[in-house]
Design a protein around this ligand. Structure first.
Ligand SMILES: *Cc1c(COP(=O)(O)O)cnc(C)c1O
Length: 486
């Protein structure tokens, strides 16, 4: 492929993203009548995690383990070499990871959080701090379990919903310096950078920021750890948004990002569209520190809790991360959806990022108090009127303090995930259309209250109900506007 700016090439004229793949295996979807969708939502306790996918039309809950596999990935699974130790499948994957990440030592794990467990156990001691651009749910839990404290040192305006800053995932360099001054380098376990920062709207960091962070790490003799679960998309944004890289090959961008990282871990459920995960490094010393725990928690060194079929598909998937048509697909469809909604004044996180379209529920349902969970209400309402399943990322996903009061979230988001190469443009247009209808009728949507509230990770299994009869009113208006149409 010649060097040219592919941002233009992947669009047909007026910002219409084009699928650079064709569909060869399909799964039938069901769009149920609205009364059935409402009943399903009530049955699920107004919690989209508790829906059965038989009731769901477009499943935009997450990109985790839901990206579409390529024909080459599926084909590779047939050559899987079943062996407890020394499987050829592992060596193929190891070679792919060495090639793409430029790291020699490879530790396979069953999924991303398993890598977090091992890294946290080995490198964090009680009283340590871990500065980072932003936390991820499982990352933070593992770090705290090992006595560490997460310090989020993003720029002051990184959580602003509407913005034109290209790299909201950057670490604030002055704040990083201040961390070393305040705590001293011995208490900084390592610095963590997360590619395409998941919980703040899939926002990338720049290469320049990585260089600046690495410089400070070197000055203090501290490791830089990269969470590479969404590294492909971050590399794509560097190419699109950072002048220096506009003609660079993705493979070279990835290698440069990895060169600044002493340790890299990832969830293969995202980065290579399979299952599993891994940790890679060039340091034999770091590798040896983690190796024994890998055998204890995950499995032998040549499978790490993964099936050999997954390992084969991961080898192919990692190589496909260097392919612009693969890593640009989700961001370009997200950009399409975000721009369509932004154009009519619907509050969404801008600039468009990776992973999904993030709707600001506080702005969308400004009449619903935060104590009544606007992001959860919006997720429920959207499912009822469309069969689209999104994920609440607001106060339901938060916790209570020691006095039993809700700790209200910084932002109330409804995330509509775009797993890679799963949805077509017409399905994306359907999403935009239904969100617009809901926005026009937003005053009909009310709040939620708890019916069953688990003490731990309540957002996964908790059940709620509507505080008023707003779902009935919403259904009535839908029928008035759409008649018998689904
Ligand atoms: C998903 C994710 C993880 C955890 O990976 P799992 O495979 O789900 O355990 C860690 N970090 C980031 C940034 C993620 O998106």
């Amino acid at each position: 492929m010649t060097n040219q700016n592919n941002a233009i090439r992947f669009y047909s004229g007026h910002n219409i993203p084009v699928e650079l793949h064709k569909v060869r295996i399909v799964q039938k979807l069901y769009l149920k009548p609205i009364d059935e969708r409402k009943a399903a939502m009530e049955e699920a306790g107004f919690n989209t995690f508790l829906l059965n996918t038989k009731e769901v039309f477009l499943d935009m809950l997450t990109d985790s383990g839901t990206n579409a596999m390529s024909d080459n990935q599926v084909a590779s699974m047939l050559q899987a070499d079943d062996a407890y130790a020394g499987s050829q499948s592992f060596y193929r994957m190891e070679a792919a990871l060495r090639d793409v990440f430029g790291k020699h030592y490879v530790l396979p794990v069953h999924q991303g959080r398993a890598a977090e467990n091992i890294i946290s156990q080995v490198f964090i001691k009680k009283g340590d701090v871990i500065p980072m651009n932003y936390h991820f749910t499982t990352t933070k839990e593992h770090m705290e379990l090992n006595g560490g404290k997460v310090l989020e040192i993003y720029a002051d305006d990184a959580l602003q919903i509407k913005s034109d800053k290209p790299f909201k995932g950057n670490i604030d360099i002055e704040k990083l310096k201040a961390v070393f001054t305040e705590y001293g380098k011995d208490r900084v376990a390592f610095v963590r950078m997360e590619a395409s920062t998941n919980l703040i709207g899939g926002q990338p960091f720049s290469m320049q920021n990585m260089r600046d962070v690495k410089k400070i790490c070197d000055e203090n003799g501290t490791m830089m750890v990269l969470d590479a679960s969404l590294i492909g998309e971050n590399a794509w944004f560097i190419k699109q948004r950072e002048e220096e890289f506009k003609n660079a090959e993705i493979k070279d961008i990835l290698l440069e990002m990895c060169s600044y990282s002493d340790l890299i871990y990832f969830s293969s459920r995202k980065v290579s569209s399979t299952r599993g995960g891994g940790i890679v490094t060039n340091s034999k010393d770091l590798y040896l520190k983690m190796r024994d725990l890998l055998v204890l928690f995950e499995g032998f060194l040549t499978y790490g809790g993964m099936s050999v079929r997954e390992i084969e598909a991961m080898a192919v998937g990692i190589n496909e991360t260097c392919d612009e048509t693969v890593i640009s697909q989700s961001p370009s469809f997200i950009a399409y959806a975000v721009n369509q909604l932004d154009d009519v004044g619907i509050p969404v996180i801008t600039p468009p990022g990776a992973l999904g379209c993030h709707i600001d529920a506080k702005g969308f349902l400004s009449h619903v108090p935060q104590q009544e969970y606007p992001a959860g209400a919006l997720a429920s309402a959207l499912f009822i009127i469309s069969g689209i399943r999104g994920m609440e990322r607001g106060s339901i996903s938060s916790v209570r303090d020691e006095n039993g009061n809700d700790i209200l979230a910084d932002v109330e988001l409804l995330r509509l995930a775009f797993p890679r190469r799963v949805f077509t443009l017409s399905q994306t247009m359907f999403v935009v259309d239904r969100v617009k209808w809901l926005y026009d009728n937003r005053n009909l949507v009310g709040g939620l209250e708890w019916v069953e509230e688990p003490a731990l990770l309540r957002f996964f299994m908790g059940r709620l109900k509507a505080k008023t009869d707003w779902p009935e009113k919403l259904v009535a208006k839908f029928k008035q506007d759409f008649g018998d149409s689904l």
